[in-house]
Ligand binder design. Sequence first.
Ligand SMILES: NC(=O)c1ccc[n+]([C@@H]2O[C@H](COP(=O)([O-])OP(=O)(O)OC[C@H]3O[C@@H](n4cnc5c(N)ncnc54)[C@H](OP(=O)(O)O)[C@@H]3O)[C@@H](O)[C@H]2O)c1
Length: 342
Amino acid sequence: MSTTLQNDQFRLAARPVGLPRPDGWQRTSEPVRAIVDGEVVVKTLYLSLDPAMRGWMNEGKSYIRPVAIGEVMRAGGVGVVVASKSPRFAVGDHVAGGLGVQTYWTGAADDKSANLTKIGARMAPLTTWLNTLGMPGMTAYFGLLEVGQPKAGETVVVSGAAGAVGQTVGQVAKHLGCRVVGIAGGQDKCDFVVKELGFDACIDYKNGDVREGLKQHCPNGVDVYFDNVGGDILDTVLMRINMKARIVICGAISQYNNTSAVKGPANYLSLLVNRARMEGIVVFDYAARYQEGVAALAKWMQEGTFKSREDVVEGFDKFHDALLMLFEGKNFGKLVLKVAEA
Ligand SMILES: NC(=O)c1ccc[n+]([C@@H]2O[C@H](COP(=O)([O-])OP(=O)(O)OC[C@H]3O[C@@H](n4cnc5c(N)ncnc54)[C@H](OP(=O)(O)O)[C@@H]3O)[C@@H](O)[C@H]2O)c1
């Protein structure tokens, strides 16, 4: 392996208070080391930018350990194998896995935390493997089916509707025969989920009243609420739920950069009145079943009844600014950072 390759990295330099700041990162660069038997080098092509990254920067107990100070920032990505001493991967294979915010990943082909898997570049564009056929898609698919358990004819509401998880939640629910109402910021995003993705309606929470929107678009109440945002929107939806409703707690992006305590739902007694339940989902719990999710979603995509929209920002150096787009609603579709040409 040539040692002339240079690995550029973003390392966590300080734990943010509120929004991440540019000086919270340390830029480093080191030569890609020679590999030994069982190892590979992967060149990063695209990185997945996820709201969860904000949580991984915090200290404290969560579903995954925090990124340590000085450690390369954790991130999913897709890349191409450029050196291999492992029978699992050949040079030229495309892989997805936990590559981190760096231009090359080096390690054992069977490294558990990276969890490298071969992906079919001919089956779908590489960026789709970070979206519908990747972690957000699996979150949506298993979160909706296993936790939300929607039935045909029921009303499903999803927030963050035009985002990575939201777009798949809504489309899966439509395939199941549900009425689907999105909640998103701005007319363009609302138009997209209705006209392009086939949602029945969408409430623009930035320019309208969510409570009124729910009254208008969910005349029979809400059976499943897939919550990506938390905060006031969760509280408002709780006021419209039906008997035995299911609330899927997937995320609470409205709360991730709080400098004060997370705002919990004030209207939680609606769960009591309606004998409803609220349950969290962590996508990694379904890792053993990803193939099942990928097969179902890929089939719909191949049939032309399912869309995957990614928003690609180009340039490794733009990592910080691109990450902030998630918290300002500036991404339109799954946010992906293009690091190198495929
Ligand atoms: N539990 C799991 O295993 C798991 C896995 C993946 C993702 N998640 C969670 O799922 C949620 C969606 O993730 P994603 O990757 O699909 O992101 P995304 O929806 O593609 O992007 C984030 C979107 O959140 C919306 N947003 C930002 N600030 C907001 C605020 N204050 N109030 C309301 N909406 C706000 C913005 O859309 P608008 O323009 O519409 O406001 C923004 O575009 C996140 O909460 C994430 O943490 C959970």
